[in-house]
Design a protein. Structure first.
Length: 296
């Protein structure tokens, strides 16, 4: 067996367990001791105890010992009792599984292009069962990748019906995650509630100072010295959901509006893909109005 084959087999066997519970003695041991009892080797472990809210968070990547196979049903059955005694909310996922991601986009294609490239090359372990847009402009790009494209124009008269279609597509795709890759429509309160915790949005970090049209022109005339991007979960409060990650770079007087926009778009791509990666790798925990993120 070659080294690369051995490494690949280990990755395919790797599981991820995440848990959160009230803080207290024995929380780490509750998980790690059980893994030891099950003959599992820990590849990576992250934990955080929020002393303000007395809430504990843990994420562990592990793999079964080479001498034994991993029995998922037996593992879950055995851990349920231990988790219940600590009042744990927990999940178990297989690292190599591909998340089903529905992408929503308008006319700007930079974030969509970046995600499609990472999907095509395997950099992001995802499937994309559908792309939804309120414009027809990017249909050919979707077709080139063999991905169904749904053009659903939106105006105030038909918005409820179109959102109902969007929700049906998401459900029909059995989506694990929805990504708003510069989807320039405000979702209804009902849709935001349905997607809370599993829909990621991206926008420039010039907000709230430069709202509306041509934010980079506004920023240029104010002489900004930083541009960036914010990726967050959507919420009823526009662009104010729990933040997953942000990116920022310095600029100066030599950056004209087009330069600011180009730099901003590059940061948006990097920031959004990072947020998607951390979400599908179970690195993000919702924690009230913010998030706990075990970044890598």
């Amino acid at each position: 067996m070659s080294l690369s084959t051995s490494v690949q087999e280990q990755v395919s066997d790797t599981q991820i367990i995440t848990a959160s519970c009230p803080g207290g003695l024995g929380t780490v041991d509750a998980v790690t001791a059980y893994l030891y009892q099950q003959g599992c080797y820990i590849n990576e472990i992250n934990s955080f105890d929020d002393i303000d809210t007395q809430r504990f968070f843990i994420r562990i990547e592990f793999r079964p010992d080479r001498q034994s196979a991993f029995n998922r049903e037996n593992f879950i059955s055995g851990f349920k009792t231990k988790a219940a005694s600590f009042d744990m909310d927990w999940t178990l996922t297989r690292k190599d599984d591909k998340a089903k991601v529905v992408i929503m986009v308008s006319k700007h294609d930079h974030c969509l292009n970046d995600l499609l490239y990472r999907y095509r090359t395997g950099d992001l372990k995802i499937e994309i069962p559908a792309i939804i847009s309120n414009h027809p402009d990017l249909e050919e790009l979707a077709k080139w990748h063999g991905i169904p494209y749904f053009h659903l124009p939106v105006n105030k008269d038909i918005k409820p019906q179109q959102e109902a279609m969007i929700w049906k597509i998401i459900q029909d795709c059995d989506a694990d995650l929805v990504v708003l890759a510069r989807y320039m429509q405000v979702l209804s309160s009902e849709m935001c509630q349905r997607l809370a915790g599993w829909a990621i949005n991206i926008h420039h970090s010039l907000l709230p100072g430069f709202k509306g049209a041509k934010p980079y022109y506004q920023a240029y005339h104010k002489g900004v010295k930083l541009v960036g991007a914010t990726a967050h979960y959507i919420s009823d409060d526009l662009d104010e959901g729990p933040i997953i990650t942000q990116g920022v770079e310095t600029v100066d007087h030599s950056h004209y509006p087009a330069d600011l926009a180009a730099k901003g778009q590059a940061i948006e791509c990097q920031t959004l893909s990072r947020a998607v990666r951390w979400h599908i790798e179970q690195r993000v925990f919702l924690h009230g109005e913010k998030s706990v993120v075990f970044a890598k």
